[in-house]
Design a protein around this ligand. Structure first.
Ligand code: DGY
Length: 329
């Protein structure tokens, strides 16, 4: 019997062609609707490999159901939706999609920063709604980006790529991270600070830290209160890193000036969520890595990782580095 792969969304045939030559491949029928949980559990029971999206919780139930599972290839660099500890215990490899999305996600993060500070979305709507009566000196005047201070929380590869873009705008770059990044300090003049110093000094606070038990609700009311009243907060990592109620209160109380959000505590965010009523937020539907080229590259990397594992080879991008491809427990 050939190994069985289940893919939790409909993805282009070109990505799965080579997998189909060697394995049995099945995928959920819709691109825009997540696979129902009961179908995922039933498929996991049969699968040697799952190609998953960040919308699926790959928890103990799925990993236990998957008695033959050898690999979870998650189509995202973030893997907070996967119980990596349980996967490792069960000798299941967990793979993600770093590198291929770095520049694309940094572009979107910077676009969000620009859009929020220069009120691009508001201004575009203003024109479309026929509200533009005349040019006037302070019509939709936003805030400068160039020569300001950016504070990057989470200086991984995407953080570095955002810092590179900020340096082109001649910004002063502060960062906070678990480890210092001497290369970014030397090359871009980035300065390591404590978290508190960063949030107090930065004009733009950019959140790129992964979601972990330590970073859940890292941005809470007391943190927003310490920011400058002119500060703009950008989140392009994971929604639950921010306490959205606290962000709403900070924006309405004038503790900060605006926010650009690509991610939310609950996705998709409901259209009547109070945050969406505020004029000073720009909200996007989690599109950090969403370009044709990058989404293809991410899926291809997932397919390559599955092929490698099922053929007993080392995958290109493994999350659980202590994963041991031995006979499963
Ligand atoms: C990721 O890769 O983690 C992004 O959030 C999905 O595009």
């Amino acid at each position: 019997m050939r190994p069985y792969i289940f893919i939790t969304r409909r993805i282009p045939e070109t990505i799965i062609q080579s997998l189909k030559e060697k394995f049995d491949v099945n995928m959920w029928k819709y691109e825009d609707i997540p696979v129902p949980r009961e179908i995922l559990i039933a498929e996991a029971k049969k699968a040697d490999a799952l190609l998953t999206m960040l919308t699926e919780s790959i928890d103990e139930t799925i990993l236990t159901a998957g008695r033959n599972l050898k690999v979870i290839a998650n189509n995202a660099v973030g893997y907070d939706n996967v119980d990596v500890a349980t996967a490792t215990r069960k000798k299941i490899a967990v793979c993600n999609t770093p590198d291929v999305l770095t520049d694309t996600t940094a572009d979107l993060t910077f676009a969000l920063l620009m859009a929020t500070s220069r009120r691009v979305v508001e201004a575009a709507e203003f024109v479309k709604q026929g509200k533009w009566q005349s040019w006037s000196p302070f019509l939709l005047a936003g805030q400068d980006v160039h020569h300001k201070t950016i504070g990057i929380v989470g200086m991984g590869k995407i953080g570095e790529a955002v810092a590179k873009r900020a340096s082109g705008f001649e910004m002063q770059i502060l960062y906070h991270n678990r480890t210092k990044k001497p290369k970014v300090e030397q090359q871009l003049g980035a300065v390591y600070t404590t978290f508190d110093e960063l949030i107090e000094k930065a004009d733009f606070i950019v959140c790129l830290t992964p979601l972990t038990s330590e970073t859940r609700h890292l941005f809470n009311r007391s943190v927003f209160k310490k920011m400058k009243p002119t500060a703009i907060f950008i989140n392009a990592s994971r929604g639950p890193v921010v306490d959205e109620q606290a962000l709403f209160e900070a924006l309405t109380a004038g503790d900060i000036a605006g926010a650009g959000l690509d991610v939310f505590e609950k996705e998709p965010i409901s259209a009547d969520h109070p945050l969406l009523r505020l004029p000073n937020i720009v909200a996007l539907p989690h599109i950090g890595s969403a370009t044709q080229e990058t989404r293809q590259a991410m899926l291809q990397l997932c397919a390559d990782n599955i092929e490698a594992i099922l053929e007993g080879k080392q995958p290109k991008t493994l999350v659980n580095k202590d994963w041991i491809p031995l006979v499963r427990a």
